[in-house]
Design a protein around this ligand. Structure first.
Ligand SMILES: Nc1ncnc2c1ncn2[C@@H]1O[C@H](COP(=O)(O)OP(=O)(O)OP(=O)(O)O)[C@@H](O)[C@H]1O
Ligand SMILES: Nc1ncnc2c1ncn2[C@@H]1O[C@H](COP(=O)(O)OP(=O)(O)OP(=O)(O)O)[C@@H](O)[C@H]1O
Lengths: 216, 216
């Protein structure tokens, strides 16, 4: 069981707080807004109304004792100031949400251990989902590596994965195949692919882009 | 080449618009805020200042001709009203960003073809990243299936993937192994894993949870 503090209970912050709490960890939620503090109180361990840019408030919460602190305020100044204070007070691990690349760079310079870009990353993901023909979802796992969920078209139908030989031909790996409601994880080479089946395929970004183009 | 319209140029909307534009598609960006319209104009095909809750404005843009329209305003009323209008005007595919589950449900009832929750989904992902011992990242691909990035500890060191036999023992598949800067995609069974190597592992959620617990 770990202890976490989430500063700023907007959409992102409250989602982090709830998920950590549901996993059985101790979660402190902090916000200046009384209504947001009240709203989170049943899905976190402790909810406090405080201004996290106030050093005394952070000291009163003994914020440095937490395993990690999430800085989730959208307000730029508050986000930067809280990050500086947290690090000065000896907080082990600070993860901060950034609204832009510049904001992210500054947060890193001020000592944030990790910076996340929720809206930007989801925006890029949605853009990929919208454009790949018959690709249902495209998930970038890392700058080099992606997952693609696609619907098997006619050219794949009736053949086994061994026959399709996607790995040798395109450098992509089929992780899962869904036939209607039934899903097979890590399907074997003799699995037959039918038109309309949904495949989850993994591989290097360049390999997947080439593979997706072939489908189009 | 497809044609997309992005309504609302906040962090999420502008990320979608830029990514689609970079992929070579035609992108129309719309916002009431002149500064945001100006800011996006060099990374989209056309940027227009308009109020998307105004039916005449949407008609003037012939919004129904786009392959997909992204509704990316945070303002609840604007988001719902724009969605209704888009569907009434015959827009083929509407993808809308929601700020909460309720907002999402209403959008679907009003005809949104797809609803996304950028901050919430990222919040859940960050929560997973923070809590799994030596797990660097945990990505839920679907409700049943996840990817986990983890650092090989001592118990894995010096053994080949064949010896580790993760697939038979835990039902998880190693997609990638990173040794320092060098990454091997879809590593073969004779690949040796050393302490500190980063593995990207895929599998069913329950299998991964069990696997992660074993590591702890
Ligand atoms: N100094 C502060 N101390 C504590 N809480 C703060 C402070 N400044 C802002 N907050 C809180 O942070 C929360 C999130 O900030 P805000 O809503 O501006 O960001 P956002 O980027 O739109 O959030 P999200 O996208 O996660 O919904 C708000 O509930 C706000 O009250
Ligand atoms: N009726 C409207 N017509 C056009 N644009 C609008 C309208 N209402 C709001 N917008 C624009 O939508 C954009 C995004 O809205 P807002 O910033 O409220 O949402 P947000 O959820 O905080 O966005 P994000 O999280 O993506 O940054 C803003 O730039 C705003 O000017």
């Amino acid at each position: 069981v770990k202890e976490f503090a989430v500063l700023g209970l907007g959409r992102f912050g409250s989602a982090v707080a709830k998920a950590l709490f549901e996993q059985g960890h101790f979660v402190l939620g902090v916000d200046t807004d009384e209504a947001r503090v009240a709203a989170i109180s049943h899905c976190c361990s402790r909810a406090v109304r405080a201004d996290v840019t106030d050093e005394e408030a952070l000291r009163a919460l003994a914020i440095w004792e937490y395993d990690a602190v999430v800085v989730a305020m959208g307000n730029l100044q508050a986000s930067l100031l809280a990050t500086i204070l947290l690090k000065e007070l000896g907080t082990k691990y600070v993860i901060a949400k950034a609204a832009s690349d510049i904001h992210g760079k500054v947060l890193r310079k001020l000592g944030a251990d990790r910076v996340v870009f929720p809206e930007r990353d989801m925006g890029v993901r949605v853009a990929h989902n919208l454009t790949a023909f018959r690709v249902v979802d495209h998930l970038e796992v890392s700058p080099e590596f992606s997952l693609v969920e696609l619907t098997a078209g006619r050219e794949m139908a009736g053949r086994t994965l061994r026959q399709l030989n996607l790995r040798a031909r395109y450098g992509v790996n089929v992780l899962m195949i869904k036939k209607g409601q039934e899903a097979t994880y890590l399907p074997l080479a003799d699995e037959v692919v039918n038109e309309g089946d949904v495949l989850v395929v993994a591989g290097r970004n360049e390999a997947l882009t080439r593979f997706e183009r072939v489908l189009e």
